[in-house]
Design a protein around this ligand. Structure first.
Ligand SMILES: *Cc1c(COP(=O)(O)O)cnc(C)c1O
Length: 369
């Protein structure tokens, strides 16, 4: 078997859930498991944090997968549904739906369901992505309130700048003013809001990235929040080459050795989800690639990432050979560090782990047993 593997740690997942609860002890936790559990596997994650009060996903399919796996918690469709038929199916599976548009209200009004649904009514407080602007929010609220298919309305918004210096004061105030006098449950906080803005810890919180042990705040390492990485993406060296000075490596010969250099070939490439542009600026050995751990020691990638393989510098790791373990990201190299070196965020790398990468649960038995 090709040695690439994504290993999921349930103890890290539970540690991170505890961090959420430590910050927002009075809130119910809606674990955001969209995008296949941020690339960790929807059911892998759900089984690992069965203690969550709810799960938030994007598609009806994901929600039904969770129901069929036996999860009885609240399950929320974060963009709501896209047709009347989907609305009826959502109701039949007792799914909560976000309502962010007039057509979605019309879907709720169109036919009578056997079971009314809980609606999370989304307010646009400045993200300008989904939701009713404050001026239209109460009209939408009243219409849902009058709809027989609606059992409960949760008041919801999503902040655009919870991770930035500017914070959430203005959108939060807008939300509070607009919903003044309403006694409904509310749902406001993503990971950055949970970690930075306790004033927005209301009845529900919606952590995503922090559950997976990556940082929602660029520039603040996850470890500073007490978070532990849930995924370790590992592989092995499958070949070693020794370059003489002047010899180059990989497509486009993007790396040329200035001295004799041992190079390890790792079984992981962009078709596994490793970013191709990692190390693209590495044109000679004065310039560093991105951090990677070989045999537990930090080194760097060199040259261009191929579809199925990438190159690492073994100069300082003479013991490395075929079969030596490599960590692409995980406990030694935080995914956020790799992401930063590629001009992106941990979210994107985690979500992009390719379907061909097999998964393994490190400590699942202990926790599920
Ligand atoms: C994705 C998402 C979240 C979780 O965000 P994180 O930054 O990963 O914590 C919460 N709420 C909504 C509406 C989302 O779309």
């Amino acid at each position: 078997m090709r040695p690439i593997l994504a290993t999921i740690s349930y103890s890290a997942l539970n540690n991170n859930l505890k961090i959420v609860k430590g910050h927002a002890p009075k809130s119910k936790v809606m674990a955001v498991v969209k995008a296949n559990g941020y690339g960790h596997g929807l059911l892998n994650v759900a089984h690992g944090i069965n203690e969550a009060d709810g799960f938030a996903v994007l598609s009806l399919g994901e929600a039904i997968d969770l129901r069929e796996a036996g999860f009885q918690q609240t399950i929320l469709l974060l963009e709501g549904v896209f047709s009347k038929t989907e609305m009826a199916i959502a109701a039949s599976f007792t799914l909560d739906v976000v309502v962010h548009s007039i057509p979605q209200i019309e879907m709720l009004e169109a036919i009578k369901f056997n079971k009314p649904v809980t609606v999370h009514l989304k307010m646009n407080t400045g993200m300008n992505r989904l939701g009713f602007v404050p001026a239209d929010y109460l009209t939408a609220y009243n219409r849902l309130q009058a709809c027989k298919n609606v059992s409960q309305i949760v008041l919801m918004t999503h902040f655009a700048t919870a991770d930035e210096d500017i914070g959430i004061a203005k959108p939060l105030q807008l939300f509070q003013e607009t919903t003044q006098g309403l006694e409904n449950a509310r749902s406001l906080a993503n990971s950055a809001t949970i970690l930075r803005h306790p004033e927005a810890h209301v009845e529900w919180v919606r952590p995503g990235i922090m559950l997976y042990g990556a940082s929602p705040v660029t520039g603040t390492p996850a470890v500073e929040f007490g978070l532990q990485p849930v995924m370790s993406l590992t592989s092995e060296i499958i070949c070693v080459q020794t370059l003489q000075a002047g010899e180059s490596v990989g497509y486009g010969h993007r790396f040329t050795a200035s001295k004799a250099t041992r190079v390890g070939i790792v079984a992981c490439g962009y078709a596994d989800g490793f970013p191709r542009h990692a190390g693209q600026y590495c044109v000679d050995d004065d310039q560093y690639g991105i951090p990677i751990a070989v045999n537990g020691k930090l080194t760097q990638t060199i040259g261009r990432v191929s579809m199925d393989m990438l190159f690492v510098d073994l100069t300082e790791i003479p013991e490395a050979n075929i079969g030596t373990p490599v960590e692409l990201w995980g406990k030694i190299v935080p995914v956020d560090v790799v992401a930063e070196a590629c001009g992106t965020v941990g979210y994107e790398l985690l979500c992009a782990v390719a379907p061909r990468v097999p998964f393994n649960i490190e400590d699942g038995e202990a926790l599920n047993g």
